[in-house]
Design a protein around this ligand. Structure first.
Ligand code: GAR
Length: 218
């Protein structure tokens, strides 16, 4: 139990991915403990949700730093270090992190993105997937680099795109996959099985004959 890694989840909104991580961590054999949830938006719905789970929460409001991104990130960094946080999971955290922060937390920050990266970085991923007519869409958990929605990929989950999909129906199926893959990815990272090597993620103990836990098919 004492080896469970201490995780902070950073959010900006409703926190459904955060809730999936917290739920997974309720199992004592899960290798990570969600010790802290931080929002950059005061009143984010996810803060209340985390509180209902009995998780410590904090707000670091980016608007209070007069556009000084480093000052905002130093405040975040201080909170994380003060709480003994070992890994950071971004879950709908809609602020770009600078190379200063990413260097401080190298290979210890992961993010979930609602697309099969490197396709559809940025916003409105489901609309753009439908516009492009892709037949497979999905979600990706990756280590964070200083570029937006970029960095070594840990796990991907795919869903088929259906003929009559709207951004909402497609987004719902992708979100269901997000809730499956994020707890798996965090477990791989916290247990030390997923490691960055030459800008790619190697999974220790992975059976090379099979996709194993790092690809979730429709
Ligand atoms: C999720 O779909 C997540 O993948 C996305 O924001 C949503 C947050 O929902 N993140 C990004 O687009 C980051 N580039 P949630 O607050 O319910 O987890």
């Amino acid at each position: 139990m004492s080896e469970r890694k201490k995780i902070a989840v950073l959010i900006s909104g409703r926190g459904s991915n955060m809730a999936s991580l917290i739920s997974a961590s309720m199992d004592p054999s899960y290798p990570a403990e969600i010790a802290l949830v931080i929002s950059n938006k005061p009143g984010a719905a996810g803060l209340e949700r985390a509180g209902e789970f009995g998780i410590e929460t904090a707000t670091v409001d980016h608007t209070e730093f007069s556009g000084d991104r480093q000052a905002f990130e130093r405040a975040l960094d201080e909170k994380l270090k003060a709480r003994g946080i070992e890994f950071v999971a971004l879950a709908g955290f809609m602020r770009l992190l600078s190379s200063w922060f990413v260097t401080q937390w190298r290979d210890r920050v992961i993010n979930i993105h609602p697309a099969l990266l490197p396709s559809f970085k940025g916003l409105h991923t489901h609309e753009r997937a439908l516009e492009e007519g892709v037949k497979l869409h999905g979600a990706t958990v990756h280590f964070v680099s200083a570029e937006m929605d970029d960095g070594p990929i840990i796990i991907q989950g795919a869903v088929p795109v259906l003929e009559d999909d709207t951004p909402d129906t497609l987004g719902e199926r992708v979100l269901a996959v997000e809730h499956k893959i994020y707890p798996k990815a965090l477990a791989l990272v916290a247990s030390g099985r997923a490691k960055v090597k030459d800008h790619r993620v190697a999974i220790a103990g992975e059976d090379t004959e099979q996709a194993g836990p790092v690809l979730i098919w429709p």
